[in-house]
Ligand binder design. Sequence first.
Ligand SMILES: Nc1nc2c(ncn2[C@@H]2O[C@H](COP(=O)(O)OP(=O)(O)OP(=O)(O)O)[C@@H](O)[C@H]2O)c(=O)[nH]1
Ligand SMILES: [Mg+2]
Length: 390
Amino acid sequence: MDALMTENVAEKIMAAIRDVQKNMTKLNIMVMGKTGAGKSTLINNVFSRNLAQTGIGKPVTQSIRKYEIEDFPLAIYDTPGLELGGENAIDELLKESKEVLSKGAMRGISESIHCIWYCVSTPSHRFEEAEVEFIKKFLDEANEFCVPVIIVLTQSYSKKDAKALMSEIEKENLNVVQIVPVLAQDVDIDEEYVIKAYGLDTLIDIVNNVIPEALRNTLAAVQKASLKMKLRKANAIVATAAAAAAATGAIPIPFTDAAVLVPEQIGMIASITAVFGIPIEKATVTAILSATIGTVGTTVMGKTVVSSLLKMIPGVGSIAGGVISASVAAALTAALGEAYIAIMMMVSKGEMSVSELDTAEGKAKISQIFMSKLGLKRNAKGKPVEEEEE
Ligand SMILES: Nc1nc2c(ncn2[C@@H]2O[C@H](COP(=O)(O)OP(=O)(O)OP(=O)(O)O)[C@@H](O)[C@H]2O)c(=O)[nH]1
Ligand SMILES: [Mg+2]
């Protein structure tokens, strides 16, 4: 394969990755709750970048701060050190939160608050009078601006206590989406027992259901609590790209060269990269290209797979000349996408590091994954067909 052309395609993919990331609509989440409730711990364990570490945030009002990172499509509004002592403090906070909600609502989808997490700590055991009073008024505001509120029961290492607190809160009949118990971070007791974190994936699924469709890609990308959600998104991206490749059907042969990647495939790789949020360099992209598309024509298995794919097309018996059919374009695109997802999953699970992808072992592994995906029986849209359905 032409190394220079592969470089060129890798460059295009890098540009597409930057583009996808830059064009994601920003997700804005407001996290409320008293000091010590576990807001910062929650934020740091849900999102893939440590927002709290980037500084003290920008004060938007007296008690509300906004945290964001350049080129990362997420903003968190937090109420650090919040005390709900006395009527004045409550009225002041209500006024400030209304200000933030209404300003956002006026400025459109990328500036409005999309979801509010109201944190109550389970070990505190009760929903205090002042807090009940505050949250009722606060929910009226959130309602006015159509912002969904989720009550997060933080530090719920005792599921029994969480259940008790949940039924106490349920008695108030609050207008919230759901009450979810979570433990954002493992609890280590005397270095002898560990209570495992849980519930963050459930929280993320609930958020996904209540935010506008336009923000779901962003949520999948910025969170780290649900790898399943990333996988679901990535699979959808591959299905769309394979269908688009089938529709154009115009991948020239021989496609033994990464240089012939079509825009659908470049966009697919870029979108999957954004969903997983793994920092990828050009050298890694080049390695992946040469280990996937680049191996099709050069390995015995690749040749066998491709010639059997080509036999499916009436009138095209060989790899020489012309344009490949819709189903081959779909199959090739899907196999490339699925292999890329499998690699991203391995990296996300810590089974392989990004730098390892670039090594001889890494490339061999990638080739093997790609070839096994390419060997799957597929329908005309590139979707794998189960053997028993044949
Ligand atoms: N192990 C464990 N500790 C937690 C968890 N949530 C909170 N904590 C601990 O509880 C304390 C308070 O948590 P923070 O996340 O700082 O609380 P906060 O709501 O951000 O507090 P302020 O910033 O003061 O408003 C910290 O010592 C955390 O380590 C959790 O899920 N697991
Ligand atoms: Mg905090």
